[in-house]
Write a new protein. Structure first.
Length: 441
């Protein structure tokens, strides 16, 4: 596999050197993150030991441009330190993150084909999942019309698991078989706005007790949204977003769910020239859910392809990697504060109050008991330091203060009193403007 990638990059390099009008850029990035997990992603139980490990992402990126054609490829190695024996020559950790070609047509149109990131707005619904070392990319065909502040993107995908002679089922977990997208954005004075339509279909099959296929099909979930609605006035900003999901879930149940947020952000420039700035953000996010008693309609919203680590606390207890999906939903009330001592160093603290959006019941005999909707609170502390143009350091500590309601819903009867998480990350990104990942204000 490694020889194949070397051959591809060698071919691209040869093409670049053979044509004086072509441009060839080769760069990369390395992330190394050490984590202490004592309740990250799910509640840890009494008697369980916390996890401690170091993992990395090493990514090599090449871009070749000739006239109106751009070819881009990104290859990455994702591994945990120690997961590969020292004497092993090959492994399965090397993969292609992106591989696409883009053709510019006229002054405003372009077409982009291949494996690519879909990274829009605040990344709540469509994001490249940069915090996760493996990240996310789609096999997609995308057409783009961009003129000044107006951008209109639309496209779609049809996925299969392999090249085959006859139709084969596509039952890859958490993957769509068919998708369509249309997105519009514009800016009018102090107001920024975007609108999104996303529709994806997932294949389902039913078998009898002998394993004979009875029926199959594709069920569609549509998401309509206003991902960006932002008003700026001086040092203040009001931002909001709204999504609504309709259609069918994978089981065939009718779907009717929503997700909205509104926040007030204020910046206090203590010494703007030196970069000493204090920023505050106060807001709420509501994600609809279904009572744990069930119902005829699925009211549990799913953010699907977002960079969900950015929202609802950094301990990834909600909507990351399948956590809290198809559940009672969430109400998140948050306060964020960042103090930048200069242009290269900041400290940030985030505080969240979490509640169930729908009813939580203790199901048992002789009766069903309605529980308090309060899940608990989380405190997140983050440090960021740009050491040089190519190297930065990021670190964080988080603690979740859970309630009995949350422990019951997650079926953890003996959760530890202390649920916390800490990390230290070294970020080598010599050509990228974004020197930090996975933090939001």
């Amino acid at each position: 596999m490694k020889k194949r990638f070397v051959t591809i990059f060698s071919l691209v390099l040869t093409m670049a050197l053979s044509d004086s009008f072509a441009q060839f850029n080769l760069d990369g990035q390395i992330l190394q993150r050490s984590e202490y997990r004592n309740g990250f992603g799910s509640l840890i139980r009494d008697g369980q030991d916390p996890a401690l490990f170091t993992a990395h992402r090493a990514r090599l990126q090449a871009q070749y441009t000739l006239d109106n054609l751009t070819f881009y490829m990104s290859v990455q190695d994702i591994r945990v330190w120690g997961s590969t024996p020292q004497v092993k020559a090959t492994d399965n950790f090397l993969s292609v993150h992106e591989a696409w070609a883009q053709l510019k047509i006229g002054d405003f149109w372009s077409v982009k084909l291949g494996r690519q990131e879909l990274n829009y707005d605040n990344f709540r619904f469509l994001g490249n999942l940069d915090w996760a070392l493996q990240a996310r990319a789609h096999d997609f065909a995308l057409a783009k019309y961009e003129k000044e502040n107006m951008k209109f993107h639309f496209g779609g995908a049809y996925n299969q698991a392999a090249q085959s002679l006859t139709d084969q089922p596509f039952l890859v977990p958490n993957q769509y078989k068919i998708a369509q997208m249309a997105r519009y954005e514009n800016k009018w004075g102090k107001v920024s706005f975007s609108a999104l339509f996303w529709n994806d279909g997932r294949e389902w099959q039913n078998f009898d007790q002998n394993g004979v296929l009875l029926e199959k099909g594709v069920r569609y979930r549509s998401t309509l949204g206003i991902p960006t609605l932002r008003y700026n006035s001086g040092n203040s900003q009001i931002s909001a977003f709204y999504y609504h999901q309709l259609g069918k879930d994978l089981t065939g149940k009718e779907l009717n769910a929503y997700n909205f947020s509104i926040a007030y952000n204020h910046t206090i420039p203590l010494d703007k020239e030196a970069g000493k700035i204090w920023t505050l953000s106060l807001g709420t996010e509501h994600i609809s859910g279904t009572s744990n008693l069930g119902g005829d309609v699925n009211r549990s919203y799913n953010p699907l392809y977002g960079t969900n680590h950015l929202f609802n606390g950094y301990m990834d207890l909600f909507f990351v990697g399948g956590t809290h999906e198809n559940s009672v939903g969430l109400e998140d009330y948050f306060l964020r504060s960042r103090y930048a001592f200069n242009k290269k160093f900041f400290l940030q603290s985030d505080y969240h109050l979490f509640y169930a959006q729908n009813d939580v019941f203790r199901i048992g005999q002789p009766e069903v008991q309605l529980l308090n909707s309060y899940f608990g609170s989380e405190l997140d502390l983050t440090l960021g330091w740009i050491v040089s143009d190519a190297f930065s350091i990021q670190a964080g500590y988080s603690q979740f203060f859970h309630t009995d309601t949350y422990a019951y819903l997650k079926n953890v009867s003996n959760a530890k009193d202390t649920q916390n998480w800490a990390y230290l990350m070294l970020v080598f990104r010599p050509t990228m403007k974004n020197k930090f990942i996975g933090i939001l204000l």
